[in-house]
Write a protein that binds this ligand. Structure first.
Ligand code: HEM
Length: 430
């Protein structure tokens, strides 16, 4: 079969690997919309990158995510990086991942690792956190109140710290170390953003330097969590850190690398994403004035508001999959070893699933968004993220008298995560 028939136009494909272009949401969504209509399962061939299939439809992202035998997370890079960066990682670690953990594992290894913490992150188990999270949320609303009438950067000065505080509390990291964790996460996730990446410390932006910078960030995480693990082994507590420090799979303790990787994914996946979605929820309140009075009058709508903010934000832009055998989808022959990009942001605007998808509509019921993925690797922290957002807005909305935009939202330059870096608003909070 001639795959060239399905090649995407170069200018469309390039947007998918251009972090700066992706800060222009109109341009990005124009590209997604064009692909959904004209080449919904196209092939991107871009200089410096391995070729990959671009999965833009809700149905295809769902089907591929659910078929964890045919499409693996761990066989090749799970995020779309330049070939030189991946080669550097392989040369350094012996595998295509900086650290191979839960999200990069497949089959029984994945099931066993996931089972270690799955119950801890289920809604019933999280009920115990309600009071603590509410206290953090109240202090965040108090902080917002201090800025009454002035321009406040809701993304940078408010939303960023709340989920960070919750996840660090769960991992047993003391508040004084939170700024360090925040910096490491931003360097790891937003490694392409000029304002946030390690390059600002003197490393140039070539792909292999990007690989080296990422490895340095992981080494910092490693040093930090080694100390947390040692502490929990001697002083066990009722937290995830203690659970992981003493975890056993098939009668054997986790390897050092498996344990660090677990800490790393929970520490990093758990806050940027949730703060981005909270900031998008606030953006919606400031842009659509009819929302605030509706939510004040009926707070039972807050969970729907949260879900729609998650759909709109789609804070993870993509994860990659690698085919383990030849297969056929939408008339395309996918070969064993082919790399596929699951575009959550596109699936969440799919007109076949969401009526008027560019409209922020809290009445979608059910809201079948894929912001958390779906299938075997569906987000472990989805209930925690929703709980944090629900509690934040349950505390904020009754006290929020008004909110209006005070400038343009500025997005993080990244092909992997989507979210506001700056969101200037002017609020009055009681
Ligand atoms: C709005 C917030 C969040 C979003 C949008 C989000 C998104 C995602 C997505 C799309 C995946 C799927 C990965 C795949 O299919 O390969 C995922 C997995 C994961 N997320 Fe989240 N996440 C969020 C919050 C959290 C939180 C709070 C935690 C904290 C525990 C967390 C921990 C994880 C872990 C550990 C995985 C890997 C699960 C596995 O491979 O079995 N996430 N997340």
């Amino acid at each position: 079969m001639n795959t060239a028939n399905f090649n995407l136009p170069k200018d469309v494909a390039k947007i998918l690997v251009d972090p700066i272009a992706q800060t222009d949401l109109e341009r990005l969504h124009a590209a997604y919309t064009w692909m959904r209509a004209n080449n919904a399962f196209g092939r991107a061939t871009i200089d410096g990158f391995d070729p990959f299939w671009v999965v833009t439809k809700h149905a295809d992202v769902s089907a591929i995510s659910r078929d964890n035998n045919l499409f693996h997370n761990g066989d090749y890079s799970l995020t779309c990086r330049p070939k030189a960066a991946i080669n550097h990682i392989i040369a350094t670690t012996g595998c295509p991942h900086i650290v191979k953990g839960l999200v990069h594992s497949d089959g029984d290894e994945h099931k066993n690792l996931r089972a270690l913490t799955q119950a801890w992150f289920m809604p019933n188990s999280l009920l115990k956190l309600d009071g603590r999270i509410r206290t953090f949320a109240t202090s965040i609303v108090d902080k917002l109140q201090q800025g009454n009438g002035n321009v406040v950067d809701f993304a940078k000065d408010i939303a960023l710290y709340y989920p960070l505080h919750v996840i660090m509390d769960i991992l047993g990291v003391p508040p004084e170390d939170e700024p360090r964790m925040l910096m490491l996460t931003q360097e790891l996730f937003a490694s392409e953003d000029p304002e946030l990446k390690r390059a600002r410390q003197g490393v140039s932006a070539s792909p292999s330097d990007m690989g080296k910078a990422l490895m340095a960030v992981v080494a910092d995480f490693n040093d930090y969590f080694e100390r947390v693990i040692a502490d929990r082994r001697t002083n066990p507590r009722n937290d995830v850190a203690t659970l992981l420090a003493n975890a056993v799979v098939n009668g054997k303790p986790l390897s050092n690398m498996q344990r660090i990787a677990y800490f790393l994914i929970i520490a990093t996946a758990g806050h940027d994403t949730t703060s981005s979605s909270s900031a998008i929820a606030m953006w919606a309140l400031s842009r659509f004035p009819e929302l605030l009075p509706r939510l004040k009058a009926d707070p039972s709508l807050i969970p729907q508001f949260v879900d729609e903010a998650l759909r709109f934000a789609s804070p993870v832009r993509h994860f990659m999959r690698t085919a383990t055998a030849d297969t056929e989808i939408r008339g395309r022959t996918i070969r064993k070893g082919d790399w596929l990009m699951l575009c959550y942001g596109s699936a969440n605007r799919d007109e076949e699933v969401f009526e008027n998808p560019f409209h922020f509509n809290i009445d979608r019921k059910p809201n079948r968004h894929l912001a958390f993925g779906i299938g075997g690797h569906v987000c472990l922290g989805q209930h925690l993220a929703k709980l944090e957002m629900r509690i934040l807005f349950e505390e904020l909305i009754p006290r929020l008298q008004s909110v209006e935009p005070a400038g343009e939202m500025d997005l993080v330059a990244s092909c992997f995560i989507a979210g506001p870096k700056h969101l200037p608003v002017r609020c009055i909070v009681h």
